[in-house]
Design a protein around this ligand. Structure first.
Ligand SMILES: Cc1cc2nc3c(=O)[nH]c(=O)nc-3n(C[C@H](O)[C@H](O)[C@H](O)COP(=O)(O)OP(=O)(O)OC[C@H]3O[C@@H](n4cnc5c(N)ncnc54)[C@H](O)[C@@H]3O)c2cc1C
Length: 333
């Protein structure tokens, strides 16, 4: 049996380990587009702040991969999937055949249309590559402007404050607002950020980000002009499934799966932030975001790929850690 897993994040790695526990002989191929060993994205801020080392970020070492007999295709992007012939096409046009396929490609941050033309002046805070780049510049960074409502933006601001940087957060709302947290958590996010020393500009939004010498000038709708060393933006987060365009697999925002994480295509599973799971309670599909869910889904998908029939137990809440402070987020009402 040949198991192919696209995406070497939390869900993909857990699935590979789970398959190996059950099937000691099967061939496992793990395809990851990043130029690193598989790593734990949710620990990036700890690495950014220096509380863990780069090595502690990695979920599998070269020795682990060898011991588990996992062929890791590092730095190789899956470009498309031919479901009829059970083949994954890689960026360099090599094809990898499979008997069972797991898609675990996670999600990626998006910048809204208003700032898209300034994208080259904006810094993302999402991957190990981003963090290494920011770390390189950090000594010369004093002031950062941050915009967006992604939960990781919150993590980033707390991290920057920990590193004694000046942080200015711009929000369109009357108070700092992170959609999935605010209504369900007893922690006031606006107050938490203010107490950390973040300057919050409310009821406003950036309209341009221009580079002048080695600084960035951010102009806002209400006429503020801010000078920053780095400008971060993260408007929303979407599953990484563009490579499945023009295929027959059912999808809405993410890949649609049932409670056993099976997609509409036979022998193809999806798990983690790229999957939308059917929730019988709300009778609809939903992305069950976050790393604890990705781990559990990876485990369920891995088991079911080997022939078991296990249901994924949907979690209604998850805890998002912002430098030691737990914030509860609820996905289901
Ligand atoms: C800074 C930060 C802090 C976070 N903190 C928390 C937290 O405290 N709590 C929490 O619950 N969640 C947190 N998260 C979110 C959490 O990391 C994700 O929910 C989790 O990693 C999802 O796991 P995944 O396996 O689905 O996706 P990922 O871990 O993103 O892995 C997907 C992998 O697939 C690869 N890939 C994508 N497309 C392709 C392709 N076509 N071919 C090959 N490879 C591909 C990607 O490069 C990536 O490595 C945080 C995220 C960030 C960025």
């Amino acid at each position: 049996m040949k198991y192919v897993i696209i995406g070497a994040g939390v869900a993909g790695v857990t699935a590979a380990e789970t398959v190996r526990k059950i099937d000691s002989d099967g061939e496992i191929v793990l395809i990851g587009k990043e130029q690193f060993l598989p790593y734990k994205r949710y620990l990036l801020t700890e690495f950014f702040c220096g509380t863990i080392s780069k090595e502690q970020l990695f979920s599998l070492s070269c020795e682990d991969l060898k011991r588990l007999k996992i062929t890791f295709r590092k730095g190789q992007l899956a470009k498309s999937v031919d479901f009829e012939n059970k083949k994954v096409k890689l960026f360099h046009n090599e094809t990898v055949s499979y008997d069972k396929l797991l898609i675990a490609t996670g999600g990626k941050p998006r910048i809204g249309p208003a700032l898209r033309s300034f994208e080259k002046n904006l810094q993302l805070y999402y991957s190990l590559e981003d963090i290494l780049l920011i770390k390189e510049k950090l000594d010369s960074v004093r002031t950062c402007v941050v915009f967006g409502q992604g939960l990781s933006t919150l993590d980033l601001m707390a991290g920057l404050k920990n590193l004694k940087k000046e942080v200015i957060y711009i929000t369109k709302k009357p108070r700092a607002f992170f959609p999935l947290l605010q209504s369900n958590s007893d922690v006031d996010v606006h107050q938490f950020l203010s107490e950390k020393g973040v300057k919050i500009i409310t009821n406003d939004r950036p309209v341009s980000v221009e580079k002048r010498d080695d600084k960035f000038i951010v102009e806002t709708f209400n006429g503020e002009k801010l000078t920053a060393d780095l400008v971060f933006a993260w408007d929303d987060y979407r599953p990484n499934i563009r490579f499945l365009e023009n295929t027959k697999i059912d999808r809405k925002i993410g890949i649609l799966v049932n409670e056993q994480l099976r997609t509409s295509v036979e022998d193809v599973y999806a798990a983690g932030d790229c999957a939308e799971i059917y929730h019988p309670k709300i009778k609809n599909y939903w992305i069950n975001f976050g790393y604890p869910n990705a781990i559990e889904q990876g485990e369920t998908a891995g088991k079911n790929m080997t022939g078991l029939n296990e249901n994924y137990r949907i979690r209604e809440t998850l805890v998002f850690h912002v430098l030691g402070k737990p914030f509860e987020a609820r996905w289901w009402e």
